[in-house]
Design a protein around this ligand. Structure first.
Ligand code: ATP
Length: 306
């Protein structure tokens, strides 16, 4: 069975003289919540439009659920729900009326889907309110409900939390986690703000100037940025045994040149005193680590890379 919901092979998109997507090879596994991160103008929306079939690549191919022929892609795209930029909402209608309209337009059968979508996004109690009186967060939640009507297996969400306050962001996050856990929906969510994605994504794709610079799992990402204590001694394995036995340090790694990296919450003073008690000298002791934001800035181009 194919384990990928999305793969792209060297997708390139050129507008005029501008290469907006440059040989993008993206891999999203079924069940992933894929955080698609890049600065404004990096190419996130264009890539999502390509995946959704709204823009045609100048080079390269898209593969959805294992299919890459044009005819097959058209069929597979029925398994996708999209929210690209702001949702198209009729402001003089209620949320339910908006959903009913979409249901008719798309020929979606059954009646339960509207209640299910409204419940999922927490708009079931706002039945009488016209959407012109909705907050931005409510409008975004309605946008997600619209994308959910046909019970898609893959959701493509372009900056759904853009402009929302922390409560609105949290609400969207909880909806997406629920969808992913309960229905197994694969989700691509884009943002230019890392912190909006770190609490939900299990995989990331970093895009800069149209190039997908790196894909990594959330575990790989946080390991890259883990803070740790760098300890250089004369005999790392002896020291590690002492630290384990006497102060219970368990999460550590030994590197060449007798360097120990301690990831447990560390108390440098306690470590120094313990080793002094055993007459063990410390050559280097330094708290290290990179903040996620710093690593992200380095990857997607901070001021130095512009
Ligand atoms: P943002 O977070 O600002 O939406 P983004 O990462 O989604 O940014 P895109 O919207 O994909 O980036 O745009 C990438 C680049 O492509 C930008 O420089 C943009 O101006 C350009 N671009 C996008 N669509 C078109 C178009 N239809 N015609 C010409 N240029 C375009």
């Amino acid at each position: 069975m194919n384990e990928y919901a999305v793969r792209s092979n060297n997708v390139t998109k050129i507008y005029g003289k501008h290469k907006v997507l440059d040989h993008v090879c993206m891999n999203i596994k079924k069940g992933d919540i894929y955080g698609f991160i890049g600065k404004n103008g990096a190419g996130k929306t264009t890539m999502i439009r390509v995946l959704a079939g709204l823009a045609i690549p100048d080079e390269g191919q898209v593969e959805l659920f294992g299919y890459n022929e044009e005819k097959e892609l058209t069929k597979e795209r029925r398994r996708i729900g999209t929210l690209i930029e702001s949702p198209a909402i009729y402001l003089n209608m209620t949320a339910r009326e908006n959903l009913e309209l979409i249901k008719i337009q798309r020929g979606i059968p059954g009646t339960k889907c509207i209640d299910e979508a409204l419940n999922l996004v927490g708009l079931e109690d706002d039945n009488k309110k016209k959407t012109k009186n909705f907050s931005l967060g409510m409008k975004q939640r309605l946008g997600i409900a619209m994308a959910l009507l046909s019970n898609p297996e893959l959701l493509l969400l372009d900056e759904p939390t853009n402009g929302l306050d922390p409560i609105g962001i949290k609400e969207i996050r909880e909806i997406l986690i629920k969808l992913n856990r309960e229905r197994g929906t694969t989700i691509l969510i884009s943002s230019h703000i890392l912190s909006e994605l770190t609490q939900i994504s299990n995989r990331y794709g970093f895009i800069n100037n149209g190039k997908l610079i790196k894909e990594m799992t959330a575990v790989e990402f946080s390991n890259k940025c883990k803070t740790y204590l760098h300890l250089k001694v004369r005999n790392a394995s002896d020291v590690s045994i002492i630290l384990e036995n006497e102060i219970g340090i368990k999460d550590y790694e030994i590197f060449p040149d007798d360097i120990i990296k301690i990831y447990d919450e560390f108390d440098s003073e306690k470590i120094t005193l313990t080793l002094a008690k055993h007459n063990i000298g410390i050559k280097e002791i330094l708290p290290m680590g990179e903040a996620l934001e710093d690593y992200f800035t380095k990857l997607v181009g901070g001021k130095d890379n512009e």
